[in-house]
Design a protein around this ligand. Structure first.
Ligand SMILES: Cc1c2[nH]c(c1CCC(=O)O)Cc1[nH]c(c(CCC(=O)O)c1C)Cc1[nH]c(c(CCC(=O)O)c1C)Cc1[nH]c(c(C)c1CCC(=O)O)C2
Length: 345
C-alpha cells in the first residue's frame, strides 16, 4: 500500500531514494522554544500530562525542521506511574522512583495499567493528529519491559543496570512476574495510543545491551516479540519499530525474528552488515552518532554520507543511534536535514 507519508511507505515495504528523516529526542532541551515552554510548567511529569504543552512540544521540531515524523512528547516512565509506582524527575539528575524492594516488591503495584491516568496522553495524541502536516507520520512509543523494569527496580538511572540484573538472577520468579505485567501494560497502552491516532509505535529498549545471551533472550527478545505480535494482531494497520539499543551480536536475531516493521540501530551498529541481515524484509532506522551532530562541519558531513551510502538499496529511515543531546546546536540539525534531503550542507 503506498502512502503520501514517506515514513509509512518505507515501513510498509517501499524503498525511497531519499530516506525519511526524524530524530529520537527531537523535542527537548536543545530547542530554545522547548526550554521556554518547559520553564512555564511545573514538574516534568505534569508537563507530560498537560495536553496543550505536550502537543506543542511534539509539534515544535516539525515546524522548525519539517521532519517526516513527529514523536509523541511523553516519557517511558509514565507506565510505572500508571501502575501505581511513585515516579518523579529531578532536574539535572533524571528519574527518581520509589524502588521495588523488600519481601513482596510488586505488592504496591496495580495488576493492570490505569489507562484513565494516561488520558492526558491520549488527548495529546488527538490534538497533535489534528495539527500535523499531511505528509508527517505520527509515532507513539513505550519503553520495553526490560528497560522500564530496570528503572523500577533501581529507582534511578545507573551506568549498567546492575540492580535489575542482580534482581533477575536472585529472584527470577518475581522478575518474570514484573516483566509479564509490563508486557500486558505495554500492549494495552500502545493499543490505546494507536486508537487515539498514532500510526507507528516505537518500543525503546535502551538497556538491551547489558545482558548476557541467556538473559537477553528471556528479558529482551521474548517480551519484545510478544508485544510486537500482539499489537500487530490487534491493530493490523499499525506499524511497529523496535529499538534494542546495544543488541550487538543479537542484532541479527532482532532484525530477523522480532516481527517488527522496522528495527532501530544504535550508534555502534554496522549499517552494511545490518542491511545484509535485513534483506529488505524490515526497514532499518538509524544511526548517526549524536556526537557527530554536536561536532558538525566536515565530520558530520562525512558520517552522514557514509550512512547514506551504506543503506543504499535498502529500506532506510534516517535517525540518530540514540537521542539528540541537549548541547546540540540547532544549526547542525538544519545542516543534517539539508544534507540528507538535498545532498548538500
Ligand atoms: C530511558 C528513557 C527515558 N525516557 C525515554 C527513554 C528511552 C530512550 C532513551 O534511551 O533515551 C524516552 C523519551 N523521553 C522523552 C521522549 C520524548 C519524545 C522525543 O523523542 O522527542 C522520549 C521518546 C522526553 C524526555 N524525558 C526526559 C527529558 C528531560 C527532562 C526535561 O526536559 O526537564 C525529556 C525531554 C527525562 C528522562 N527520561 C528518562 C531519563 C533517563 C531521563 C533523564 C535524562 C534526560 O534528562 O535526558 C527515561
Amino acid at each position: 500500500m503506498s502512502s503520501d507519508k514517506p515514513m509509512l511507505s518505507v515501513l510498509r515495504g517501499e524503498q525511497s531514494r531519499i530516506p525519511p528523516l526524524w530524530l529520537m529526542r527531537q523535542a527537548g532541551r536543545f530547542l530554545p522554544e522547548y526550554r521556554a515552554l518547559r520553564a512555564k510548567s511545573g514538574s516534568f511529569l505534569e508537563f507530560c500530562y498537560s495536553p496543550a504543552a505536550a502537543a506543542e512540544a511534539t509539534l515544535q521540531p516539525i515546524r522548525r525542521f519539517g521532519f517526516d515524523a513527529a514523536i509523541l512528547f511523553s516519557d517511558i516512565l509514565v507506565v510505572p506511574d500508571a501502575l501505581g509506582q511513585t515516579v518523579g524527575f529531578e532536574s539535572g539528575h533524571g528519574p527518581r522512583l520509589a524502588p521495588l524492594e523488600g519481601e513482596a516488591p510488586l505488592s504496591g503495584l496495580r495488576e493492570e495499567i490505569d489507562l484513565e491516568k494516561l488520558a492526558p496522553v491520549f488527548e495529546t495524541i488527538e490534538r497533535v493528529k489534528g495539527a500535523l502536516p499531511r505528509e508527517t507520520a505520527f509515532i507513539g512509543f513505550c519503553g520495553a519491559p526490560w528497560t522500564v523494569a530496570s528503572y523500577m527496580i533501581a529507582g534511578h538511572g545507573t551506568p549498567d543496570q546492575a540492580p535489575a540484573r542482580l534482581f533477575a538472577y536472585r529472584r527470577p520468579e518475581i522478575f518474570e512476574a514484573l516483566i509479564t505485567r509490563l508486557v500486558e501494560a505495554s500492549v494495552a497502552y500502545l493499543l490505546r495510543q494507536i486508537d487515539a491516532g498514532v500510526e507507528v509505535v516505537q518500543i525503546f529498549d535502551s538497556w538491551a545491551g547489558v545482558l548476557p545471551p541467556t538473559q537477553f533472550e528471556r528479558w529482551v527478545f521474548e517480551p519484545l516479540r510478544d508485544i510486537v505480535a500482539r499489537v500487530k494482531k490487534a491493530r493490523p494497520q499499525a506499524l511497529v519499530i523496535a529499538f534494542p539499543r546495544g543488541a550487538g551480536a543479537h542484532l541479527r536475531r532482532c532484525v530477523e525474528g522480532l516481527g517488527a516493521d522496522g528495527v532501530g540501530l544504535d550508534t555502534a551498529a554496522d549499517p552494511a552488515s545490518a542491511a545484509r541481515d535485513a534483506q529488505n524484509r524490515v526497514a532499518l532506522q538509524g544511526n548517526l552518532d549524536p556526537l557527530a551532530l554536536i561536532a558538525g562541519g566536515a565530520a558530520l558531513e562525512k558520517e552522514v554520507a557514509s550512512i547514506l551510502t551504506a543503506f543504499q538499496g535498502h529500506r532506510h529511515i534516517f535517525n540518530l543511534g540514540h537521542g539528540v543531546l541537549p548541547q546540540t546546536p540547532v544549526e547542525h540539525v538544519e545542516m543534517l536535514v539539508r544534507f540528507v534531503r538535498e545532498g548538500r550542507s
